[in-house]
Design a protein around this ligand. Structure first.
Ligand code: G6P
Length: 367
């Protein structure tokens, strides 16, 4: 009913709008006196110091959170991280021993492949750490540690608020590990915590500009194919933006690490092809500008996403979506929001069943 949907037409829209609240609920209880406090977590400094390798194992959008997680954990904690989809993990002879930490990410906590991967990791002697939304679910019960996301029930098949809270759980965990290892100066710790605390307001601001995204969607909802480009953290979010669009609009899309474009994909760019260029990683901004020029020269329509103030981009891109300034570490949380809205509006303009796309299930409990 409309009441269940909070007065909105679809659960997906309601859940997009709930993100500031969901992120605040996931973050705020874990910050106490200027430190990250993860209650009931047995990961001690001694254990963290001993970790030789981290695997992040998940499916679908949760896997895309893992791709962000690799960048964030490796840059902050300097431990090697491998991200792998759960259905591959068991069959690839993973290099796991009792010094390996396996992080499982799952909204439902019931995805069959992720459960199987968790059990295999345990059998090989790893310590397992779950980031889960559904309280008391299988993965939450069986993992050695669990860090809950407080997104609340998610009904739409295409995940939005669960993905966003999983991102914040990854930031919390990375900052926590760095804090426990004394790798952060007090100033840096304070800066990261402030960045986390500011996210809900920044995302609320972004959501107020949804009309702009709706307008862009209204011009391109008939596209045959859309490309999402980005580098490092932006590339990780490109993967999620592309999946979201495929899932609910049935438009073919691809996410590409922008520098890899010239090794093949650029052959597919023609007059009118829509390219979404994510340009929020500061030291790679100029590289992204060159990539935008390359696709523009082949006729692409470019929708760029950049941080406020980076107005040079208006010379190259056809549309620019600006994001509130924030610490680069947490920028993926802002970048994903216009991409969710874009998919939502495209699907809506095509008159599709947004909350229940064809062939997809909310939780995949078979292998
Ligand atoms: C399904 C859903 C996706 C989700 C994936 C993993 O494919 O449609 O939205 O990302 O499963 O689900 P989980 O519950 O493990 O996060």
């Amino acid at each position: 009913s409309a009441a269940e949907k909070g007065g909105y037409e679809h659960f997906m829209f309601k859940e997009i709008m709930e993100q500031p609240r969901a992120i605040a609920d996931t973050v705020n209880p874990r910050i106490k006196d200027g430190r990250i406090v993860l209650d009931d977590i047995s990961l001690t400094a001694d254990y963290i110091r001993d970790i030789n390798k981290i695997y992040i194992v998940a499916c679908g959008s949760a896997y895309h959170v893992g791709v962000v997680g690799k960048y964030v954990i490796e840059s902050m904690v300097r431990i090697p991280v491998e991200v792998i989809v759960a259905s591959e993990f068991r069959y690839c002879n993973p290099l796991v021993d009792d010094k390996t930490l396996v992080i499982l990410i799952s909204q439902s906590g019931e995805t069959a492949d992720t459960i199987a991967a968790m059990r295999e990791a345990k059998r090989l002697g790893a310590r397992t750490f779950a980031i889960v939304n559904a309280v008391g679910s299988c993965i939450a019960r069986e993992a050695d540690d669990v860090l809950y996301t407080w997104a609340g029930p998610e009904i739409a098949v295409a995940t939005t608020k669960a993905y966003s809270t999983q991102l914040t759980a990854i930031y919390l965990m990375s900052i926590y590990m760095a804090q426990e290892l004394d790798m952060l100066t007090p100033e840096l710790l304070a800066k990261y915590i402030k960045a986390l605390e500011k996210l809900p307001d920044n995302i609320s601001k972004l959501l107020e500009n949804k009309g702009e995204i709706q307008y862009i969607a209204s011009k391109y909802f008939n596209s045959k194919s859309v490309f999402f480009l980005g580098r490092t953290l932006d590339y990780a979010v490109a993967l999620e933006g592309s999946l979201k669009l495929k899932e609910i609009s049935y438009i073919h899309s691809e996410a590409y690490a922008a520098g890899e474009l010239k090794h093949g994909t650029i052959a597919l760019i023609e007059e009118g092809t829509v390219v979404v260029a994510l340009c929020t990683v500061k030291n790679l901004f100029d590289k992204m500008l060159s990539n935008i020029k390359e696709v523009k020269a082949r006729g692409a329509v470019v929708i760029a996403v950049a941080e406020e103030g980076h107005t040079e981009i208006e010379k190259e891109a056809d549309y620019v979506i600006y994001l509130p300034k924030c610490d680069e570490l947490v920028m993926p949380s802002e970048v994903v929001v216009p991409l969710q809205l874009f998919s939502y509006y495209v699907s809506s303009l095509k008159g599709l069943d947004i909350d229940k796309p064809r062939n997809l299930a909310k939780s995949v409990t078979v292998e």
